[in-house]
Structure formats: structure tokens, C-alpha cells
Design a protein around this ligand. Structure first.
Ligand SMILES: NC(=O)c1ccc[n+]([C@@H]2O[C@H](COP(=O)([O-])OP(=O)(O)OC[C@H]3O[C@@H](n4cnc5c(N)ncnc54)[C@H](OP(=O)(O)O)[C@@H]3O)[C@@H](O)[C@H]2O)c1
Ligand SMILES: *[C@@H]1O[C@H](CO)[C@@H](O)[C@H](O)[C@H]1NC(C)=O
Ligand SMILES: *[C@@H]1O[C@H](CO)[C@@H](O)[C@H](O)[C@H]1NC(C)=O
Length: 270
């Protein structure tokens, strides 16, 4: 069927998974508006592909109060946007056995980067996508760690799990309300070789760039899912949990949903 969207706003497109998928999208004929804080990386992306295939917008998504201005600027320049891809993220360690070493400012930054800002961006862009007549999509990068946490980065895993729950509910609400042209997609990377685990960000990790699957392999598998129009795209190791007990979790969610929808008719109407 091919990737269904023509213009993607890709937040977190300056390195790693986001940059690699941005390159792939452009190769496949999709116009990409790349977003991140590093202007030099965004400029390099646009020069590499040319202005007809790529655009950019410097933005720090933790500046929550500027999100509506960011949205207005993007939509004024690109009224034909049909896909929002929220990929940015940071990962920091947290060891509760040494609470005096836990930096709560870092905690707040991780929370706002990985979770709070995504909710604000979702709420900011939803009215535009709901009104659109053509197929459109919001894609979220979460993680295999949305299913099962690992010891060193509790808060990171928690933000991904939180986002996963929100995405399940968002998708269902859009379906219930008949917004069938709007697809809510979740991409679950396993560990992938990117800057995410670099020593300047996570000094306690050795050889961070070697952790996980090669980026090119990740892009190939993620692309298969995106092109096939899947709503959930677990890649590599993320498939283990997804194909087994995550299905039980989602069956329970469907059960709860069916029960609640009967009880809460007014909530759904108001
Ligand atoms: N690599 C893995 O092992 C792995 C595993 C599972 C999930 N993931 C997820 O995959 C996504 C991409 O990670 P990656 O591995 O590709 O890491 P990465 O190379 O460090 O890329 C992170 C991206 O997020 C952007 N970003 C971070 N803070 C931002 C902010 N405040 N405002 C705007 N953009 C911001 C960065 O852009 P700027 O720095 O230019 O702002 C960069 O483009 C993340 O959501 C991560 O949680 C990664
Ligand atoms: C947390 O720190 C303790 C030492 O206080 C160490 O023994 C433990 O391995 C650390 N945990 C993680 C997950 O790094
Ligand atoms: C935020 O997301 C990034 C990328 O997915 C991840 O590396 C980081 O650990 C996350 N941080 C938190 C606190 O969840």
C-alpha cells in the first residue's frame, strides 16, 4: 500500500532514529519538516535533500508555553501537513540507592521531554488533524521499555509506559468518535545504536554507541511497519513482549473500555 502520507513534521530529526527515518522518508518521496534544537543539523538535512523535499524548524519541545506559536507557524507554512511524528527523547540514569545523587531537575527535564511535551503537542495539533478530510496520522516513538523497565533508568521507562497508555486511549477515543481518517501509530524501538547512550549524556555507560541493533537494520524493519500502515510497530527485541503478554494487556483494556463506554455515555458526549 505504501506510506500513506505526503508531508511529515518529524520532531527529533537531528540525530539517531529520527534523522535516519527522515532520510528514509525523503527517499520514499515524502516531504519532511525536520524539528530539533540543533540548527546546524537541521540546516545540513535541508541542504542534503534540497528545499523541495525538506524543510526545518528549530524548536525545543520543552518550551511548553511556545507550542501553540510553533504549531501556528508550522501550519501557516505547511497547510498540507498530514503526519505528525513525535520522536524526540532523552535518557538519564536514576539510582534510588543513592538518592542524594539523583538530580531532580534532570528528572523534570526527562519527564517534560519524553512525556509532558508530547501530550501538549498532541493536544495542540489534534484539532487540525481532526478537521482534515484526507488520511492523516500521528506517530509516536516509545520504546520496548514501555513494556518492561530496565534498572538504570526508571524514570525513562516510566515516561515511555505512560505514553503507551495514553496512546492506547487516544487511538480508541478517535475510533469511537468516528475520526477514521486519523491513524494513531506507535513505534517501539528496541535498543538501537544512536547518540542516546553517549557518555556525555550517560557517563556510567561504556561504549554506548555499540548498544543495540544497527540503525540501518532498525530503519528497514520500522519502515516495513510504517509502509504497511500498522498501528503498532514493535521492532527487534520489542516484539517479544508485544506478541505475547502485551496482547493480554490490550484485551483487558478492550474489556474495560467496553464496560466503561456503556457507563459513561455523557462523558463521551460532552
Ligand atoms: N536508541 C535506543 O536504544 C532507543 C530505544 C528505544 C526507544 N528510543 C527512542 O527513540 C527516540 C529517538 O532516540 P534516538 O535513540 O534516536 O536518540 P538521539 O540520537 O539522542 O536523538 C534524540 C532526538 O530527540 C531530539 N530532542 C531531544 N530533546 C529535544 C527537545 N527538548 N526539543 C526538540 N527535540 C529534542 C534531539 O534533537 P536536538 O538535540 O537537536 O534537540 C534528537 O533529534 C527517542 O524517543 C528514544 O526514547 C531509542
Ligand atoms: C546503584 O548504586 C549502587 C551503589 O550504591 C550499586 O550497587 C547498584 O548497582 C546501582 N544500581 C544500578 C542499576 O546502577
Ligand atoms: C526520554 O526518551 C528518550 C528517547 O526515547 C529516552 O532515551 C529517555 O530515557 C527518556 N527519558 C525518560 C525520563 O523517560
Amino acid at each position: 500500500m505504501g506510506f500513506a502520507y505526503k508531508k511529515v513534521l518529524l520532531v527529533g530529526a537531528t540525530s539517531g532514529i529520527g534523522l535516519a527515518l527522515a532520510d528514509k522518508l525523503v527517499q520514499e518521496g515524502v516531504h519532511v519538516i525536520a524539528v530539533g534544537r540543533r540548527k546546524e543539523n537541521l540546516d545540513a538535512f535541508v541542504s542534503k535533500h534540497g528545499k523541495d523535499k525538506a524543510s526545518s524548524h528549530v524548536f525545543d519541545i520543552t518550551k511548553i508555553s511556545e507550542i501553540s506559536k510553533f504549531r501556528d507557524e508550522v501550519l501557516a507554512a505547511h497547510p498540507d501537513l498530514d503526519c505528525l511524528f513525535l520522536n524526540s527523547g532523552i535518557q538519564r540514569g536514576m539510582n534510588f540507592t543513592r538518592p542524594e545523587h539523583i538530580n531532580l531537575d534532570t528528572f523534570e527535564l526527562e519527564l517534560s521531554t519524553n512525556y509532558t511535551s508530547f501530550i501538549h503537542l498532541t493536544v495542540a495539533f489534534l484539532p487540525f488533524f481532526q478537521k482534515k478530510q484526507q488520511p492523516s496520522s500521528i506517530i509516536y516513538t516509545t520504546s520496548a521499555l514501555a513494556f518492561v523497565p530496565i534498572p538504570h533508568c526508571a524514570n525513562y521507562c516510566a515516561t515511555k509506559a505512560a505514553l503507551h497508555h495514553v496512546i492506547l486511549v487516544l487511538r480508541q477515543q478517535m475510533k469511537d468518535a468516528g475520526f477514521n481518517h486519523l491513524k494513531i501509530v506507535e513505534l517501539f524501538p528496541p535498543a538501537v545504536q544512536t547518540e542516546l547512550h553517549d557518555a556525555d549524556k550517560q557517563p556510567f555507560i561504556d561504549n554506548g554507541r555499540e548498544i543495540g541493533m544497527p540503525l540501518a537494520d532498525f530503519v528497514r524493519d520500522a519502515w516495513d511497519g510504517l509502509e504497511a500502515g500498522k498501528e503498532e510497530i514493535p521492532v527487534g527485541g520489542a516484539k517479544d513482549a508485544w506478541s505475547t503478554w502485551e496482547q493480554t494487556r490490550q484485551a483487558s483494556y478492550q474489556q474495560a473500555h467496553q464496560m466503561m463506554i456503556g457507563m459513561m455515555k455523557d462523558f463521551y458526549k460532552s
